[in-house]
Ligand binder design. Structure first.
Ligand code: HPA
Length: 300
């Protein structure tokens, strides 16, 4: 078995071969190089339908790609364009709580970088810790707190994954892990479209249990606004490679014990609600991303 970099290259070659075959069939000449990568979280997979001239590859047909076991994560890579910009969209991801190693969880992110993506939009469903962030709203992640107890960059350092000058180092900066420039673009576009939007700190837990009320109180004290079970490992790996990141959370529920303004009691949390809220906010989420992708490609 080849090493991690070798396996990522094998996946990249398989994806390129597949796209080349489709391009020849469509009479297109140029090599397809995606510039923006998008990872769609729970309930947000419908956005992939926006991709123009799409080549869709099930994860099962890509060497070494992990398979999602979770409802709401369909497991397809969709390549094509949005607003004339070449994109690679992951419809579904795998999580550490499914039993996957962090190397497997972040393998697709490594592949997106090697394919050519220089910016990455990571999206997720999250619980709202700050009561002023309403259920169903979109939040740009300004920073994260990784309480999963693991770091995806641990292990031998592989500098061949560097996608930008200075990237691929053993120790790397995380002070601006979530690009302030991309966040500003997202905030301005949400404002233009009249979409309720804010910024917040995302705290990651391993899951799969939702949190206890005491944990959420502790997380609030730590400075977290949102809680979820994904994203931070992909972002760590993207930053190791030198890829600029925009993180977007959809607040599908208020976190455990958080009481909505005007309500008396906190609600019980169900995964079905996470999927249902995703469906309801789909149009706003799609409208925002379709407008953002071309701006992001110009910004970086
Ligand atoms: N906690 C953790 N992960 C989540 C939540 C939550 O409340 N909602 C959606 N993903």
């Amino acid at each position: 078995m080849s090493d991690l970099f070798g396996r990522a290259q094998e996946a990249v070659e398989a994806i390129r071969d597949r796209v080349r075959g489709e391009s020849l069939r469509l009479g297109l000449q140029a090599e397809f190089v995606p510039r923006v990568g998008i990872i769609l979280g729970s309930g947000l997979g419908a956005f992939a339908a926006q991709v123009v001239d799409a080549v869709t590859i099930p994860y099962a047909e890509i060497p070494h790609f992990p398979q999602s076991t979770v409802v709401g994560h369909s497991g397809k890579l969709v390549l094509g364009t949005i607003g004339g910009v070449a994109v690679a969209v992951m419809q579904g991801r795998v999580h550490a709580y499914e039993g996957y190693s962090l190397e497997q969880v972040t393998f697709p992110t490594r592949v997106l970088g090697l394919l050519g993506c220089r910016t990455l939009i990571v999206t997720n469903a999250a619980g709202g810790i700050r009561a002023s962030i309403p259920q169903g709203s979109l939040v740009a992640i300004s920073d994260h707190i990784n309480l999963t107890g693991m770091n995806a960059a641990a292990g031998p350092n592989e500098s061949r994954f560097a996608c930008a000058p200075g990237a691929g180092e053993r120790f790397f900066d995380m002070t601006t892990a979530y690009s302030p420039a991309l966040r500003r673009l997202a905030t301005e576009e949400a404002e233009r479209q009249g979409i309720p939007f804010s910024e917040g700190v995302y705290l990651a837990v391993l899951g799969p249990s939702f949190e206890t009320s005491a944990e959420i109180r502790a997380f609030r004290t730590l400075g977290a606004d949102l809680v979820g079970m994904s994203t931070v490992h992909e972002v760590i790996v993207a930053r190791h490679m030198g890829i600029a990141v925009l993180g977007l959370s959809l607040v599908t529920n208020l976190a455990a014990g958080v009481i909505a303004p005007g309500e008396k009691n906190a609600e019980t949390i169900h995964h079905e609600d996470v999927i249902e809220i995703g469906r309801r906010v789909e149009r706003q989420f799609t409208g925002l991303l379709v407008a953002l992708v071309p701006q992001m490609a110009d910004a970086i």
